[in-house]
Design a protein around this ligand. Structure first.
Ligand code: GUN
Ligand code: ZN
Length: 452
């Protein structure tokens, strides 16, 4: 019988197992209801070579394990697939929570000066290390990430992600107009730098490249055309950008591209609305835009903490669903106010309330895991515990704070517990984060209470 030996070390790649409550999604709860997920109160996650072997009831699975298989006991904890953040800016780590502005003024006053510092590669390396540790501390194992206009900032990010063994997607920002001189590339230099970065990083380890025009107002038509060419030349590469976040931004895009039917149409004209295109915000869209995104297989990144912080507006998740658009959750740090996807789910629920909609706890945890993986076309590799998937997962402590512990005593069912977690928990509840079956983050335990 396995289970006597309880190792606690990281870096393991052979056959091992983790025991605890397991929750993962096979499908979207809004479509499949109770069949959308599996939950094992006393579960066992079996991992080998960094990949999932099985997820099921512990007693039966333990009986089948070869004698001596190491089993890590996390009884009393909830184990879910790693969270997927579909929109975040690593260079904005140091200006998160900057006071007083809406989008366009916020960019000028806080964002561009912060991004300027990434001309210094050493600065990029230092911030990338902190940023990735902070993601893991919050339970995020995969993210779609903006660097800055400086190619070195992308190198710094990918090197740090590779060292941690994390599945990450990132790209150098393209911006050749309507921004400070010190952050400007040209259509041609942006194309050449992106191409070189794709050659260096795309498909290496667990890394993928995203062509990253910041937003249409900061790119010439030539730059957007060359972004489309990069996608045509490199199948499998992503596109990330912003669209329809703020009303002044939407009006500005209409002025700059007077021939366009809508802001999204600008991108569409240059072949940028396609599978693996991820559009952040998508607040001030119309149904023609949504229908186009759904038909094209493009995805929306719903960024609730950012949309509330910058006063941008309320994302219409039900409308996105009606048009069959893939939707993931994004923190959008530094306009977003937390690295924690649990904090984002809290705000996502409130955005839904303000819009007269519902975000059920099951839909919320799906959104943060398999939904995000599907938005990024990574659901064949991550997002749940089906056999063969990469073993990225989070161990959640449902009693991480006195209030959580107390509330859980009055949360009889799974959905009550999930809802309490999404409303009350944050990085303090992330006991551990594992990548490819190896522990990469463990919460520092609080010192024992002082007797003095
Ligand atoms: N639109 C263009 N750039 C940005 C950015 O850095 N953050 C957000 N939230 N919106 C943008
Ligand atoms: Zn953003």
């Amino acid at each position: 019988m396995a289970g006597a030996h309880v190792p606690d070390d990281s870096g393991r790649t052979g056959l091992h197992a983790i025991r605890g409550a397991l929750l993962h999604f096979i499908d979207d709860p809004a479509d499949a209801g109770e069949r959308a997920y599996e939950y094992f109160d006393d579960g066992l996650l079996v991992v080998d070579g960094g990949h999932i072997v099985s997820a099921g009831e512990a007693p039966a699975a333990l009986a089948r394990l070869p004698a001596g298989t190491p089993v890590v006991d996390r009884t009393g904890k909830l184990i879910v697939p790693g969270f997927v953040d579909t929109h975040i800016h690593y260079p904005q780590t140091d200006m998160i929570a900057a006071y007083g502005e809406q989008l366009l003024e916020w960019l000028e006053r806080y964002t561009y000066p912060a991004e300027r510092q990434f001309a210094d590669a050493a600065h990029g390396r230092e911030v990338a290390e902190f940023f990735l540790d902070e993601l893991l501390r919050g339970g995020t194992t995969t993210a779609l990430v903006y660097a800055t206009v400086h190619p070195e900032s992308t190198d710094a990010f990918f090197a740090a992600a590779q060292a941690r063994g994390a599945r990450m997607i990132a790209g150098k920002v393209l911006m050749d107009r309507n921004c400070p001189e010190f952050l400007r590339d040209t259509a041609e230099s942006g194309y050449a730098d992106s191409k070189a970065l794709i050659a260096r990083w795309h498909g290496k380890a667990r890394l993928s490249y995203a062509v990253t025009p910041r937003f249409a107002p900061a790119s010439s038509e030539r730059q957007l055309e060359l972004a489309g060419r990069l996608l045509d030349e490199h199948p499998g590469v992503y596109l990330q950008t912003h669209v329809a976040e703020n009303r002044s931004e939407v009006a500005w895009a209409a002025e700059l591209f007077p021939w366009s039917r809508s802001y999204l149409d600008v991108y569409d004209r240059f072949g940028l609305v396609r599978p693996r295109s991820v559009y952040a915000h998508c607040i001030h869209l119309d149904d023609a835009d949504r229908a186009r995104m759904g038909a094209a297989g493009a995805a929306m990144a719903f960024c609730p903490t950012s949309n509330l912080f910058l006063g941008s507006g309320l994302f219409d998740r039900d409308a996105a669903r009606r048009h069959g658009v893939r939707v993931g959750l994004g923190t959008d740090v530094g306009a977003g106010t937390s690295f924690s996807q649990l904090r984002s789910l809290d705000e996502a629920y409130k955005v839904a309330q303000l819009a007269g909609q519902r975000l059920s706890p099951l839909s919320a945890f799906h959104l943060a895991t398999l939904g995000g993986a599907r938005a990024l076309y990574l659901d064949d590799r991550i997002g749940n515990f089906l056999p063969g998937k990469e073993a990225d997962f989070v161990v959640i402590d449902p009693a991480a704070t006195p209030l959580l512990a107390r509330r859980m005593k009055h949360a009889p069912g799974l959905q009550d517990k999930l809802f309490a977690l999404m409303m009350l928990a944050d990085d303090r509840a992330i006991a551990e984060t594992w990548l490819m079956g190896a522990k990469r983050h463990a919460r520092a335990e609080l010192p024992p209470a002082c007797a003095c």
